[in-house]
Design a protein around this ligand. Structure first.
Ligand code: ZN
Length: 376
């Protein structure tokens, strides 16, 4: 993980790299702020910078052997400690290191929810047990494998119960060249004894424009919609993705409903009118997003027809809608639908009546499905 891959936080990045260049590396630091502000990515980028063989003024090189291993989260001197479900038979974090690397490779903006889902344990209580505390000390008792720092990242020390007190001595006086990086969200639930032994680095919400830019780049959102979501998410990237997935789920249900009307064997003028009413009642942004979602689904249909499978991860019901459509529309019909949807997006943006636009669109697509109806 390099600093350049972290959304926003430029001032903090500068402070962190400057302190390393000046030789000021506190042995226990706590990155504090909502997880979606980027505490864990920052800790990872900082760890990589600390051990980079060829550090640049503002970032690690990304290419030296140390950076390569750090990137894969497989550097022998990079250690992790994190909560896992208390029902698990596992006793120490390293038993779950494969799962840990997998979720972080997908995105280091990890929420506790996404982590617990990995264990199918979203309703279970997470915990960092005493066995893990002992293992942290055991791992740090060995000499560093390589020449740089030995780094222990403790994710969510909130889940250290009073057993966490076994770590106080090592937090206060760690072995030489050992650095603790704690990533916490809520100071009130971290043991006071631990707080008092760390230097706290407060992480602020991500700037709205920078968060919006990241959503445009990483989630292919439209700039205005991205800006709106970034505002709703209060500078929290994880929250913005939740908002996004939530609206995607709504659109998926609506799209399925629409296709049921259009692809059913009976002529469905009443169904079309009803659907146009539903669509017309959505807010303008939602109408636009629904159209974008529909275009995305058309792309998936095309991908299925050409390559035999969709290009992205689809839910079960999305898959069945896509394969249904693939059987009913050939590529030239798909192209026409896609043109119409693009036009519809244009018109909605310019305040056309959503309801009339949708009714017209449904009738046209209905005729594509049943060419005979075009004679009426
Ligand atoms: Zn490097």
């Amino acid at each position: 993980m390099q600093f350049k891959d972290i959304i926003g936080q430029s001032q903090l990045k500068q402070n962190l790299t400057a302190s390393v260049r000046e030789g000021h590396v506190p042995h226990a630091q706590m990155f504090l702020g909502c997880l979606g502000y980027g505490g864990l990515p920052l800790a990872l980028a900082y760890a990589q910078y600390l051990n980079c063989a060829n550090p640049q003024p503002d970032d690690s090189c990304g290419e030296c052997p140390s950076c390569m291993k750090m990137n894969k989260l497989a550097h022998p001197d990079l250690h992790f400690s994190f909560p896992f479900p208390s029902v698990e038979k596992r006793k120490i974090s390293t038993e779950s290191i494969t799962e840990w690397r997998e979720v972080l490779q997908v995105s280091p903006y990890l929420s506790l929810h996404r982590w617990m889902v990995k264990f199918n344990a979203e309703n279970k209580q997470p915990n960092i047990p005493i066995t893990e505390c002992h293992d942290v000390m055991r791992r740090l008792s060995f000499k560093a494998y390589e020449s740089g720092y030995k780094i222990m990242v403790i994710w969510l020390p909130e889940y250290l119960g009073k057993e966490g007190n076994t770590l106080l001595k090592i937090l206060e006086e760690p072995p030489a060249n050992t650095v603790f990086l704690l990533v916490a969200e809520n100071l009130e639930t971290v043991l006071n004894t631990i707080i008092s032994r760390t230097q706290i680095i407060k992480i602020s919400p991500i700037d709205q424009q920078e968060l919006a830019d990241a959503l445009v780049e990483r989630q292919q959102m439209q700039p205005d919609e991205a800006y709106r979501i970034a505002g709703l998410a209060n500078g929290d990237y994880i929250e913005s993705l939740d908002l996004l997935n939530h609206s995607a789920a709504e659109h998926a249900g609506l799209f399925e409903q629409w296709m049921n009307v259009l692809l059913s064997n009976k002529a469905e003028p009443m169904g079309m009118v009803k659907f146009a009413d539903v669509f017309g009642a959505l807010g303008r942004e939602s109408q636009k997003n629904f159209i974008l979602y529909s275009l995305h689904m058309l792309k998936e249909v095309l991908h299925l027809q050409v390559f035999g499978k969709p290009s992205s991860v689809l839910t079960g019901s999305e898959k069945s809608v896509v394969s249904d459509m693939a059987g009913k529309f050939n590529q030239s019909k798909m192209q026409r639908m896609s043109d119409w949807l693009n036009e519809a997006h244009y018109h909605v943006e310019r305040n056309a009546s959503g309801k009339m636009m949708m009714l017209d669109l449904s009738v046209r697509i209905g005729k594509l499905v049943k060419p005979a109806a075009a004679m009426v």
